[in-house]
Design a protein around this ligand. Structure first.
Ligand SMILES: [Zn+2]
Ligand SMILES: [Zn+2]
Length: 391
């Protein structure tokens, strides 16, 4: 089959590789009909994840048709059309039982690597380095899906692939970030970063009843999309003196009730920088993004909530913890428990409350991946989200 493979830093290749096989009686094989490049794939592409190996198949946002199932699979059969959440979950462990799917205890065979850094490891992820399990990803014609009875969600015929694909990651990720904000009538929510996850955070804050959403970015096309799709108010941070003052003025001097940090190439977050080089990791994260977290902590009103779907992998410096304490802030963060949201968000799509395809700007095939990765990374051609068909 054809697959998009990591080759080296700044290079992916489309390679002919062996078709995946059933390795465990709980596996299914899915023929991919649509997949996407995610912001967090760029971190792999940029060579920041040391356990990526030449030839690893990328991709964790994918859907398709079940073509084969193992002997123990009960809920799926060939011909079913499914979306597959990016965290791989066993469905039985202490964490899965509590719907904390991205913290599954059983699916990462390389958990020891993460344990060395964090004490404990979360779930394995599709197509996301050996640190996260070494599972082949979905930017391919076929994928092996382990624990096939646990996570895949069957999709009714009336909905297009483009309408449901983002249930695998970025829609639930943005939604969970908004849900963390405990939105009440009258609330004002500020969202830093209007990439795909930021767009879904903005939209979800509206769906959950925020009175006003203020979106902050510097790319005009992203701010325009947030205004047009979610009636957001916007701040172009390259054009204001000070985001804090702008937000204060827009909120009658009080500050936003909740602040969402959805900034960065891997805003929805499943990235770890250099495992073997914590110092370097700290430096890079420090440069990349902690200024947004600082700003969110600084801008949030007293007693408010700061929600962080953006990735933090190591140590961060100069975080105004005193401000967080002094204002009695509540912090929420972490990798999305996608499986908790797929069914209720599919219901919202079916009811016409949202059509997630609004973020798609580029539609290509797997063969175009080597050209599209840099276009997406560098935001050329007003690129916000890329989807890929097999051919
Ligand atoms: Zn992703
Ligand atoms: Zn589990």
């Amino acid at each position: 089959m054809k697959a998009v493979c990591f080759w080296r830093k700044n290079e992916v290749r489309v390679v002919d590789v062996p078709d995946p096989k059933i390795l465990n009686p709980h596996d299914a094989i899915v023929r991919v009909t649509l997949t996407a490049i995610c912001g967090s794939d760029l971190h792999l592409y940029d060579g920041y994840v040391p356990t990526m190996m030449k030839g690893d198949i990328l991709g964790h946002e994918f859907m398709g048709e079940v073509v084969e199932v193992g002997s123990e699979v009960r809920t799926l059969k060939p011909g079913d059309r499914v979306i597959v959440p990016f965290p791989i979950a066993c469905g039985r462990c202490f964490y899965c039982q509590q719907q904390l799917w991205s913290l599954c205890d059983n699916t990462n065979p390389n958990a020891w690597m993460v344990e060395a850094m964090y004490g404990f490891s979360g779930a394995a992820l599709f197509g996301y380095s050996h640190l996260y399990g070494g599972y082949a990803g979905g930017q391919a014609e076929y994928v092996r899906v382990p624990f096939a009875d646990v996570s895949p969600l069957k999709i009714p015929d009336g909905l297009s692939d483009e309408q449901v694909l983002f249930l695998t990651d970025i829609f639930p990720t943005g939604y969970m970030a908004a849900e963390f904000c405990e939105i009440k009538a009258g609330d004002v929510v500020a969202v830093w970063g209007c990439g795909p996850v930021g767009q879904f955070a903005v939209k979800s804050a509206r769906l959950l009843g925020a009175d006003r959403v203020i979106a902050i970015d510097r790319f005009p096309e992203r701010l325009r999309l947030a205004r047009e799709q979610s009636e957001a108010e916007t701040i172009d941070y390259s054009e204001v003196d000070d985001v804090f003052t702008a937000l204060k003025e827009m909120t009658g001097g009080r500050g936003p009730d909740a602040c969402i940090d959805a900034v960065g190439m891997e805003a929805h977050g499943h990235t770890i920088d250099a495992l073997y080089d914590r110092v370097k990791q700290t430096m890079r994260l420090e440069m990349d993004r902690s200024h947004v977290l600082r700003q969110a902590l600084h801008c949030c009103r007293k007693g408010g909530i700061v929600s962080i779907p953006g990735v933090y992998a190591g140590f961060i410096d100069k975080v105004p913890f005193g401000a967080a304490f002094g204002k009695g802030l509540k912090l929420r963060m972490g990798q999305c428990h996608v499986q908790r949201y797929t069914r209720p968000l599919l219901d919202r799509i079916e009811r016409g409350e949202i059509d997630p395809s609004f973020v798609i700007t580029h539609r290509v095939t797997l063969d175009d991946a080597p050209e599209m990765y840099p276009v997406f990374r560098d935001k050329q051609d007003e690129c916000i989200k890329v989807v890929m068909r097999p051919s």
